[in-house]
Design a protein around this ligand. Structure first.
Ligand code: SF4
Length: 703
């Protein structure tokens, strides 16, 4: 291993929310090589297949956008222009729409991969100066159900525990997640802990027998959408067995009475029938939880991406609350963040319903605090458009202009054909991107080339509230600029004050100051401290311990008005699109091991494309036989919204009547036949507005 020199700089992996430390070596020929950072508390040198190949994505600049481009109408070709020309025109168009139709006629759609500083300035621009809350991100598709549930249960969007609790736990309840593929380095810690301590138990709840299941003591292969029924049944058995923490539910929580009444409405036998698992397995799961000294629940998109996502989250958090497994070592609910900086984005208020430092848009005191701090316009109390609402508003003409930043909604949004229609109808589209492969460019009026990971400095926050500093290692190619710089230049063209930041450290200092005296107070933090300590966990007040705060609620005082956690008696009614005679299968979508999101980075790496070279549909052997489908046959999946044609992968690991499509593939060489979101439903959770990617009705046929 190399020594730390000025040609070796530390950063953080830009893929999943685990947040692994990476060392980038600047080679003499201008390329970079990399290794896992052995000194990093998260990964201690290890990297997964995606992280290990990050340098290839940096070194291959063949697809990079190099200079701003513009066209005056959609029938004209794009032309190279200067930054001033591109931003002057964009500012002129935005001003025209804002003056004519009001501030809500424009919107920004950003990404959980943006750095905190980038999120901060774009949020400040929209909410503080343009006067609209129309800034949402693809985190809406990812963590918003968990955010809402944490807020309802704990009074704050706050993950209570840290990764070090993994080595202190003896029970892991993993539900709606495949961390062996999607959060690999964290999962390796769980596996290593179990290997060293055979008494450690793992329960996995998933309609698919994924790689995560291979180390499980118990796999509850439930029917899709029945998570709440299962969690309630486990809660009932815990109560029957006397395995609840009476002191906690009496003195530190509220709502237990209503909850215990509700969970007794169904017998365990009824619940087992609904969930499609055995009564004995539900009893066993409850027994394992009841016996645990340290119980960690882990989840991700299987619970979040649902029309009842918030209630699914609450039903799971309830299990930690009724057993008192929160705020103590080795225990707590641990939502696995999908993206590297979804949490950092929320810290600065980067969703349509948030204000900086988790302040509440509906709270007049909070609005005034932020408005005074920024010195801009009055903050609008009305929540802005969420991700799916933005594209619906473009479709019906209410929204005139959209600025897409660091994300590709033409692959990742549900019912994606509506997004295509929306972008066709949009009066003005700005695309801020690193790659010339994004399908959004086809609809753009202005293209702004952005610097990529390793070409800009900034910060991110991972799943355990750990903030890390990312070094700039290389210059961006051509005229590409860091996203924060692009937004600040645009804000100045709009004539707004408050965007003359000397550097990113100044943006961070402003953000940190705005968090003072809030629950996520990082007012003691600065770039100097981050550069020295590399990572710390929030809150980080002026007198915090050097590493910050690993665990929350150790005093059993929560952020609710009563300081008690709230046990919510949530209904278990499923509102997803139900299968019928025409559309008899349930479709669920998700990630595969070696690709990331819409493949703009991982798709460039040959090694990563070898795992699965093309999209596929996973189908149970009994279903395949009935439909006369053989392994590798081209299969047509059709829903009420569209269809895909992919090869069949026949596997007994999926439940009968359920099929799985990977979410990564978009339109390739003009064909969108691999794109899972042609068929997915755009139904959303009524609270979190997160789409129902994990459940819709489809038919399956051999091509
Ligand atoms: Fe990157 Fe996540 Fe893999 Fe770590 S586990 S190397 S953060 S993709």
């Amino acid at each position: 291993p190399r020594k730390h020199t000025d040609t070796q700089l530390s950063t953080t992996c830009c893929y999943c929310g685990v947040g692994c430390g990476v060392l980038l070596n600047k080679e003499k020929n201008g390329t970079v090589s990399l290794q896992g950072n052995k000194d990093h508390p998260v990964n201690k040198g290890a990297l997964c297949s995606k992280g290990l190949n990050l340098h290839h994505t940096v070194n291959d600049k063949s697809d990079r956008l190099l200079y701003p481009q513009m066209r005056y109408n959609k029938s004209m070709p794009m032309q190279r222009v200067s930054w001033d020309e591109a931003l002057n025109r964009t500012a002129a168009v935005f001003k025209t729409f804002i003056n004519k139709y009001g501030p809500d006629s424009v919107a920004f759609y950003a990404s959980g991969q943006c750095l905190t500083e980038e999120y901060y300035v774009v949020n400040k621009l929209l909410k503080g100066f343009i006067g609209s809350n129309n800034i949402d991100t693809n985190s809406r598709l990812c963590m918003s159900s968990a955010v809402a549930a944490y807020k309802l249960a704990l009074g704050e969007d706050s993950v209570p525990l840290c990764y070090e609790d993994i080595e202190l736990a003896d029970l892991f309840f993993v539900t709606g997640a495949n961390p062996a593929w999607c959060h690999p380095i964290l999962w390796r810690r769980v596996e290593a802990h179990k290997a060293a301590n055979p008494n450690v138990k793992i329960i996995v709840v998933d309609p698919r027998a994924t790689d995560t299941v291979s180390v499980a003591d118990l796999h509850l292969q439930i029917n899709p959408g029945t998570d709440i029924t299962l969690n309630h049944a486990i809660g009932r058995v815990l109560i029957e067995n006397g395995d609840i923490d009476l002191d906690f539910v009496t003195n530190h929580a509220e709502g237990f009475e209503a909850y215990s009444k509700l969970v007794f409405e169904k017998t365990v036998n009824e619940a087992a029938r609904i969930c499609g698992v055995s009564e004995a397995d539900i009893m066993l799961a409850a027994k394992y939880i009841g016996e645990a000294k340290g119980f960690i629940s882990m989840w991700t998109m299987g619970l979040n991406q649902s029309a009842i996502g918030v209630n699914k989250n609450l039903s799971l958090i309830n299990l930690n609350l009724i057993t008192g497994h929160i705020g103590k070592p080795g225990s707590g609910p641990l939502s696995l963040t999908g993206q590297p900086n979804a949490m950092g984005g929320r810290e600065v208020g980067g969703l349509a319903n948030l204000l900086p430092a988790h302040r509440d848009l509906s709270n007049p005191v909070h609005r005034e605090e932020v408005q005074k701090f920024w010195g801009g316009t009055t903050i609008n109390p009305k929540p802005g458009l969420s991700a799916t609402e933005m594209f619906a508003a473009l479709n019906d003409g209410k929204l005139k202009a959209i600025w897409i930043m660091c994300t590709n909604p033409l692959t990742s949004m549900p019912n994606v054909r509506l997004v295509e229609e929306a972008l066709k109808k949009a009066k003005f589209v700005v695309v801020q991107e690193i790659t010339n492969k994004s399908q959004c460019l086809e609809y753009a009026d202005v293209i702004l080339p952005a610097a990529a990971w390793a070409e800009k400095e900034g910060t991110m926050t991972n799943s355990e509230r750990r903030i890390s500093y990312l070094n700039k290692v290389l210059d961006a190619p051509g005229e590409a600029l860091p996203d924060a710089e692009i937004i600040c230049r645009f804000a100045r063209k709009m004539g707004y004050k408050g965007f003359d930041f000397k550097d990113n450290a100044a943006i961070y200092a402003e953000h940190a100051k705005l968090t003072a005296k809030t629950n996520i107070d990082i007012s003691g933090l600065s770039y100097e401290i981050l550069k020295e300590r590399k990572t710390v966990q929030w809150p980080y007040k002026k007198k915090s311990a050097p590493g910050g705060t690993p665990r929350l609620f150790t005093d059993r005082k929560f952020y609710t008005p009563t300081q008690k956690a709230r046990i919510h008696a949530v209904p278990d009614a499923l509102t997803s699109e139900q299968p019928n005679g025409d559309y008899p299968f349930i479709l669920t979508t998700g990630r595969i091991r070696d690709q990331w999101h819409t493949m703009s980075k991982t798709g460039k790496v040959n090694k990563l494309n070898q795992h699965y070279a093309e999209a596929f549909v996973e189908i149970h052997p009994a279903d395949a036989e009935r439909l006369k489908i053989k392994e590798g046959d081209v299969t047509v999946i059709t829903s009420r919204r569209g269809s895909v044609q992919v090869k069949a992968k026949i596997s007994a690991q999926i439940k009968k009547g359920v099929i799985f499509l990977p979410m990564h593939w978009g339109k390739i060489l003009g064909s969108d036949l691999n794109r899972a979101n042609n068929v997915t439903s755009d139904l959303v959770d009524p609270i979190s507005k997160e789409p129902d990617f994990k459940y819709c009705a489809v038919q399956v046929a051999k091509f």
